[in-house]
Design a protein around this ligand. Structure first.
Ligand code: 48F
Length: 255
């Protein structure tokens, strides 16, 4: 016989045990798009304790829908291995372009991050940072449904050695930091905002722009181009994957 209350208790007990275990981590990542997922997987593979907070119900960010809802993504030479190594079936479409099913791409990136040990909590929004003595030491989170309902409920705090802003086009964590903690350590000192589509340049700059922008705060993926005022690139994803890998390597070297 199935006891409904036992089902409830199993859910609550497991959730809070796992949540409590991730209140102090090596790396906290805001956003489970492709860049955040690759960063989380690579850091977990290197033995770091990683938590990823994703605002939406479904992690995966902007990768599910491919281009304009056609569920196919493009990756290019030099990044195709990043999809192959997590088990995505990639087709050579000629002239250095490769295609993959976008749903399979997200599913495999997600599964690989989880298997490596990165813990993803969905429906959690990063709304602020823990800022002590000149350094970002964690993230301040709230339940996304609370945020969406506009309820006046105080958030809670997670401590982390390093925080990654992987929130994509909106660069949400960086915006909070520039407003509340101080200038970013970039040439402009602030989030410049992304520029219009130019895939060739955007794909290069997204990797170059992957960096620490404030003590303890790192940027990856589309967020890196948004912060630095570089172009968007549409449904080509190689740069996102390489940026996630790069931020993981940089943080690993620091921790
Ligand atoms: O937007 P997203 O996929 O960012 P990305 O990993 O990849 C960008 C590409 O998808 C695409 C592109 C590529 O060529 O330009 O847009 O850089 O994923 C960002 C994730 O962060 C979540 C959001 O729901 C999405 O899943 N997110 C955004 N703000 C917050 C957040 C927040 N404050 N707290 C938690 N999650």
């Amino acid at each position: 016989m199935i006891d409904d209350v036992k089902v409830t208790k199993r859910i609550v007990d497991r959730y809070f045990e796992e949540f409590s275990d991730h209140t102090e981590v090596d790396v906290a990542i805001a956003g489970a798009g492709p860049a955040g997922l690759v960063a989380g997987r690579c850091l977990a593979e290197k033995g770091h304790k990683v938590v990823i907070f994703e605002r939406k119900l479904s992690p995966g960010g902007g990768m599910w829908g491919g281009g304009m809802g056609y569920p196919v993504v493009v990756v290019q030479e030099g990044s195709v291995e990043e999809l192959k190594k997590v088990g995505v079936d990639v087709s050579d479409a000629g002239e250095g372009y490769y295609t993959a099913d976008s749903i399979s791409s997200v599913a495999n990136l997600l599964s690989a991050a989880i298997e490596a040990g990165a813990r993803i909590f969905n429906m959690v929004t990063v709304e602020d940072v823990l800022y002590e003595e000149g350094k970002i030491n964690g993230v301040v989170i709230n339940s996304s449904p609370i945020e969406m309902a506009g309820l006046h409920v105080d958030p809670i705090t997670i401590r982390a050695e390093a925080v990654i802003d992987a929130t994509g086009h909106d660069a949400e964590v960086c915006h909070v930091v520039e407003e509340k903690a101080g200038e970013l350590e970039t040439e402009e000192g602030r989030v410049v905002g992304e520029r219009s589509m130019w895939a060739d340049l955007g794909e290069k700059t997204v990797v170059e722009n992957t960096q620490e922008v404030f003590p303890g705060l790192w940027i990856t993926g589309m967020c890196a181009n948004a912060v630095m005022g570089a172009p968007r690139m549409g449904p080509i994803f190689g740069g996102m994957l390489l940026s996630g890998k790069k931020v993981a390597e940089k943080i690993d070297a620091r921790l």
